[in-house]
Design a binder for this molecule. Structure first.
Ligand code: HH2
Length: 280
């Protein structure tokens, strides 16, 4: 299995680590770390990305808008000012760069500056995003979210969470293919915590493999999320072990890419999974 992402080809014969690099003042677990007196310090962002690659990250996922429950939306200009200099600066790292955005304008500018993947937490529901993706050759992550970050955790309800998300993937994959986006460029993500209760999240993880539409790669992001807090009774900063265990379990259940904050712990966890599979 491979993901075609612009100039790069990501071999998914082994699970890959997507490292979270949030350049936001307000992300739920790592917000504000690169800001001094409200200014983004680009050299610190680049150093952090280089450290993630050295620790075993295969993809760096740059985000400029928090999507935590209740987060305030940011404008195109504000998000662009946060992420575009970072995308440009990471070009020298020689790694796969992903841009976590739902805004077509931001995605388009990021693609021009060399990002390889567009990671859309709204799953290309904006037709503008489909157009931007179709006009490019980057990889695309289609994530499922119920509602919007402002309201998604109010009282999420599904008839059957697994079949509803599978239906969503089927519909979005069809839309992409109609628009001329090759399936080799697509990844699917159930969107843990995005309009889901703990029970929904557990059902999705249990039945992860049944969410695989058209044989596409699956991305899972559980790192530090409140689901892990609920299960372990730990605060955000104390969820490193739970996050590494969750990543390993997701890979055991079929995840091809795990989106994480703690790269080194995840790499250790995945090494054990790979050893059991007889992969070095
Ligand atoms: N989760 C977050 C953001 N983007 N993208 C994908 N594909 N899958 C996810 O599960 C996912 C995502 C939320 O986590 P984080 O970026 O750490 O927080 P915030 O949204 O507050 O910046």
């Amino acid at each position: 299995m491979q993901l075609h992402c612009g100039a790069r080809l990501l071999d998914l014969g082994r699970p890959r680590i997507m490292a979270v690099l949030n350049v936001t003042p307000d992300s739920f677990s790592d917000g504000g770390q690169f800001f001094a007196e409200r200014r983004l310090e680009l050299s610190r962002v680049v150093d952090a990305a280089a450290a993630m690659v050295a620790a075993g990250a295969d993809i760096i996922d740059v985000g400029g808008e928090s999507t935590r429950p209740g987060a305030e939306p940011v404008s195109v200009n504000e998000e662009s000012a946060r992420v575009l200099p970072v995308i440009e600066a990471l070009g020298d790292l020689n790694t796969t760069i992903s841009l976590d955005t739902s805004k077509p304008e931001v995605a388009q500018a990021g693609i021009r500056l060399g990002c390889h993947i567009v990671n859309d937490v709204r799953g290309l529901q904006d037709p503008g995003m489909v157009l931007v993706a179709a006009e490019s050759d980057v990889g695309v992550c289609i994530m499922h979210m119920l509602g919007s970050p402002q309201s998604m955790q109010a009282s999420p309800r599904y008839g059957n969470v697994v079949t509803e998300i599978r239906d969503f993937f089927q519909c979005q994959v069809h839309t992409c293919m109609q628009a001329g986006i090759a399936p080799e460029r697509l990844m699917l993500d159930p969107g843990f915590g995005f309009g889901k209760t703990l029970e929904h999240n557990l059902a999705l993880l249990r039945e992860l493999e049944s969410l695989r539409v058209a044989g596409l790669p699956l991305l899972v992001g559980l790192s530090r999320k409140s689901m892990l807090g609920a299960l372990t009774d730990r605060e955000v900063g104390e969820r490193r072990v739970a996050s590494a265990v969750a990543a390993a379990l997701a890979v055991e259940r079929g995840a091809n890419v795990v989106r994480v904050h703690d790269v080194d712990a995840t790499r250790d966890a995945l090494r054990i999974v790979l050893a059991l599979r007889n992969v070095q």
